[in-house]
Design a protein around this ligand. Sequence first.
Ligand SMILES: Cc1ncc(COP(=O)(O)O)c(C=O)c1O
Length: 450
Amino acid sequence: MLFVGTNRSSFAVCSGGVEAVSARGAMPSGFPRTLQGERLPVMAALLHPFTRPAPHDPRTIVRAEGVRVWDSNGKEYIDGLGSLWYCQVGYGRTEIIDAIAEQMLTMSTYNVFAPFSSAIAEQAAQRIVDVSPFDDPRVFLCCSGSESIDTAMKIARLVPQLKGEHGRQIIVTRTRGYHGVNMGGTSAQGIAPNRENWGDLLPHIAEIDPDDIESAARLFAESGDRIAAVICEPVQGAGGVFTPEPDYLRRLRELCTAHGALLIFDEVICGFGRTGSWFASQTYDVRPDLITFAKGVTSGYQPVGGVIIDRPVCDVLESDDSFLLRHGYTYSGHPAGAAAVIANIDLIEADGLVERATTVGDRLSAGLHALAGDGALAGVRGVGAIWAAKLAEGTDLTRTVAVRDHMLESGVVARPIGDSIAFCPPLIMSDTDVDRMVDTLAEGIQANPL
Ligand SMILES: Cc1ncc(COP(=O)(O)O)c(C=O)c1O
């Protein structure tokens, strides 16, 4: 089962990753305003990501504090999605803001390409190593999840080249997987609509069933000596919050090991506490070779991503003294981002937020399961502090968008994905606010019958 570019067929695709257009309609409502009444010419210039370019009417967020955000009309929202699956520590944390400002005053910016390095970038990498599941790994830094994915894909193809295994190029991906929007991640993602209309994508990408490990076993049996890596979100986030089937990840690890392929865990959402451990590889007790991260590494206070590379892969990269790693971003290891990484990890530790993910998640899951028990939901999926509520059979995106819009009107942010509503709250959320999210979901469902 080998597919090339956008033409590959796929298993049943859940329409994740794409934010649906608001039911509030297509008419621009003039310029939004700040709380102080200043005009914000948002629609004039900004081309919004994953949004219809045609005029529409966004809610303009002007302030954020704790787990709450406020729009330009003064409306308050509980943020049930941690902005975009990333804000572990909540908004306005002066510990991180001050650390960034202090770093800027000392050394505002400098690169880490040869022959340079910076103390703050090295400290940030070490801080990530300290909480990682690996012994003696190294960390590559970049500025987003998409860059981390393209970096991991390139390393996965580079390693066999360095070992003389020139036929190993296939990157295997799971249906429903979201791996960002750079060319690598676009090619390797399992959400078909996101691959369309961009022309030819990367060759040598193969897609497997996300739940049935036999699909992977068949592919390895056919093409094992040509597979460079499998890329996999331990918990699929943007595709709809799907936890792995029992043993799926362990067997994927075994297949990769048996056939000499690398296992990449895309922990851009899962990493930094979200699943109740620092990394989902610990939650599921499966050790990949590479871990991609972003989002929670700074709780979004600075745009940082990266790849944690386990020692055996580092050994290959380091084996030839004359080899030059021809990959890097101008802002890899940027001081502002590095300072944010350190302060954010310190804060997650000080506030015990890895443990709190389970507390917040247990409360949320109990509330959602109670709704399911009452017949308001057809199912509940999740782990740690990332959950999805599946609405009644027959629900489509139009209905979940309507439910989401009702929730927004009631002051709660959540995300519609296919037939489900997803939650990924800041890990500091109180029980009262979690309960309010669940109540608001129930009201939204009741107000929008099938
Ligand atoms: C699992 C996963 N990988 C990669 C990405 C891409 O990250 P970014 O949007 O920072 O480029 C995302 C973003 O949502 C993600 O959820």
